[in-house]
Design a protein around this ligand. Structure first.
Ligand code: PSU
Ligand code: MN
Length: 304
């Protein structure tokens, strides 16, 4: 059986010429941001990757084909599509087999990136251990994916809607390196500071690329989580965002939101409560992550 992969023209050319490629996820488009900002952001992120000297590969499943890179009209259509599945490791094969359409989370994007030979992936925030996980057991499959799939994921830290200390503990148990960029602490998505010490710190793309390659040399499976703080001028300070998060969490609890709906629900409520400011910050941090991921991809392809 051949792999159900379809490459965009741009990504196919980049593969043939062995140019650096950066994977991008699609759940942020379909479940993470409202239309039309979702499509505008996805386009801007792709453009940022190109400006940084790499080729963007937005990953999504459409009608049973795993797309590695989207044509402009496909991206536009996805931004307004209804009934799009949210795919993690558990759902990916089923979605392809049923010829359905699904957006890839961090976990599923990592799997598809690896199938396509892409080492680096830029996103906003990863899923993690939810607050109250001791009773709900809600721990994102993104964490176990990081422990088994050899892709370096650039994110702005875990969102404060999660339990960040527990998320870090699970990553440590699973043997996932968490590398903070340019600071000693872990960034907290909309804010630069979580006041939690990062397990590892690196200040250059070259170091991160070298560490990615060394894992392969040593036969260590799994990827790396790179936590890149949001640019200063775009951040929402912790004191401001924490009460908003608390309010959104209370609403989720009152409305019995569970499972896959939790993350999209919270993001939407926080967007409303901050009158869109959380979205502006989200866009700025994804662009910032796209730049760093491109620099890492370039280092990896230069030393190959
Ligand atoms: N963080 C964001 N926006 C998002 C997500 C995370 O800022 O859209 C998405 C990612 O695709 C991530 C997923 O992989 O949510 C995690 O979902 P869950 O918590 O259900 O595993
Ligand atoms: Mn979950």
């Amino acid at each position: 059986m051949t792999l159900p992969l379809t490459y965009s023209a741009e990504v196919a050319a980049a593969r043939a010429e062995k140019r650096p490629i950066v994977a991008l996820e699609s759940t942020i488009i379909t479940h993470g941001m409202p239309w039309p900002q979702n499509v505008e952001t996805a386009r801007a992120v792709e453009e940022e990757v190109r400006k940084s000297g790499a080729v963007p590969a937005t990953i999504v499943v459409m009608n049973g084909q795993i797309h590695i890179g989207l044509e402009a009209d496909q991206l536009e259509a996805l931004g307004q599509a209804k009934d799009v599945m949210k795919l993690s490791r558990a759902d990916l094969a089923a979605c392809v087999a049923m010829r359905r359409t699904g957006a890839t989370t961090v976990a599923a994007t990592m799997i598809c990136a690896q199938l396509a030979g892409i080492d680096v992936f830029a996103t906003g925030g990863i899923g993690g251990v939810h607050r109250g996980a001791e009773t709900s057991f809600d721990i994102s499959a993104d964490l176990s994916e990081l422990s088994q799939t050899a892709v370096t994921v650039v994110a702005a830290g875990a969102k404060a809607i999660l339990d960040i200390p527990k998320t870090m503990e699970v990553l440590e148990t699973m043997g996932v390196p968490v590398i903070s960029v340019g600071q000693d602490s872990i960034p907290a998505f909309w804010s630069r500071e979580s006041h939690l010490k990062a397990p590892l710190r690196m200040d250059t793309a070259a170091e991160i690329a070298a560490s990615h390659k060394m894992r392969a040399v040593l036969g260590l499976k799994g990827g790396q989580l790179v936590t890149n703080p949001i640019p200063k001028d775009a951040e929402i300070p912790r004191e401001e965002i924490v009460p908003v998060i608390e309010a959104a969490l209370a609403e989720a609890e009152a409305q019995n939101i569970s499972a896959k709906e939790v993350t999209p629900f919270l993001l939407d409520r926080i967007f409303e409560h901050t009158k869109g400011r959380s979205l502006d910050a989200n866009i700025a941090l994804v662009l910032n992550n796209a730049r760093l991921a491109s620099a890492i991809a370039k280092e990896l392809s230069a030393t190959r």
